[in-house]
Design a protein around this ligand. Sequence first.
Ligand SMILES: [Cu+2]
Length: 485
Amino acid sequence: MKPAVNGVRVREDVWKLATWDDTLLWYARAVARMRQLPIRNSASWRYQAAIHAYLRNQDPLAAATDSLPSLSHRRRFWNQCQHGSWYFLPWHRLYLGFFEQIVRSHVVALGGPDHWALPYWNYSDEGNPQAKLVRREFRDASLPDGSPNSLADAKRGQTPSLSQQGRQTGDFGIDSSDTDLGCLLTVPFRTGRFGVPSGFGGPRTGFQHSGGVIGDLERVPHGSIHVAVSGWMGAFETAGLDPLFWLHHANIDRLWEVWLGRGSQFQNPTDPSWGAPSGTDFDFHDATGAIATHTADEVIDTTTPLLSYRYEDISDPLATAGLAEEEIIMGTGPATLVGASEETVRLSSSPTTANVQIDPTAITENLAALAEGEPQRIYLNMENIVGAGKASSYKVFVNAPADDPEGASHYAGLLPMFGLAEASRRDDPHGGSGLTYVLDITDAVNRLKQRNEWNEENLKVTFVPKQREQDGEGPQVGRISLYYR
Ligand SMILES: [Cu+2]
């Protein structure tokens, strides 16, 4: 555990800690204490998870003796997590900040150090061959002193075999499609236009649980890691019950700092409804149980007394890979719909292919409307995806031949279905419009053109499930559309 400097604590890379470092040992002790507190207590483990989402009939820790807070209290403080929204990053930053403060108060009450800070899990670290594994401190049945290990007390794994393998080796099947940062760090915070990717931080929305177009960071690695770890991590209402959730989100929060640090062109929204004291209020409880209300503009600097942390490492992974490109790659011209699927598409546990008719005239018209020298970019939209059941991830391929549905040169991106059931429930605070994803497929299309595998009038889209053992019906994609800009 690194010391605090001027009251600013250090969130450390979990893979750089020694086995059962104090950071992990005190986390385990505090979680065990929090698990003992009743769900009504805002400093309890279950209350903290319920802030993200809570469904009584999905609560794996529900007990007949539970006494829930009042309905009005739950409406204000529970089911608050922000997804498909430009509030995704600031809301989760505050959520983690107060969680960290609460854990620390338990650590101190148990006799531990008051510079305890949440570690982060950098599964995208190319320099660490173990980066994608879950550390043994989250799997061991007991602490070094023999007492039960609360960090291992969670349900994980996409399938029974992955669950068992993961428990033994830490390998839950996370691969580079889940952790690849791709062009994530080269996109602007948001673009706010239909048909184009919603940017690094998510689209402009009101305060909302889910429903908007999923931002690039929220898709991969955020959603993909939720789905890959699966179990409690695989659904909004149980995610916060897994001690790993908080290390995952610390890394997502860290990537925000990495992105901002890449250059002055990487900027947070300046819109007052996002970044001003008059912006949307987020309500939490601090470690004393007092109500704490804050806005996005208060969390931009993590070193102020409100948050008082910094990350051990926010170096630019693109610079390390010799790929420092300072260009922001989304254009500003008009987005043009050039084609859409005729019917809904039902995904399943085997590859599914759908066709999108393209209107070549619309592509030419879009090109003419672009500014001189502005490159035309191509966006594949998967709109209003709905479904129930366990979330899985689908790999998307364009114009893949039937005998090689997963050829690397046809790969367009990953669709993690994290939040699918939540976004599909009409009777829920989560919406009913489903998930909408947008992939930038410009590079994939250019590769196809070079190999003469591009068809001006038809696009073939193939969805390959990452986990084949899933059962039941897969999600339904409302419409697949193609936009040029
Ligand atoms: Cu999350």
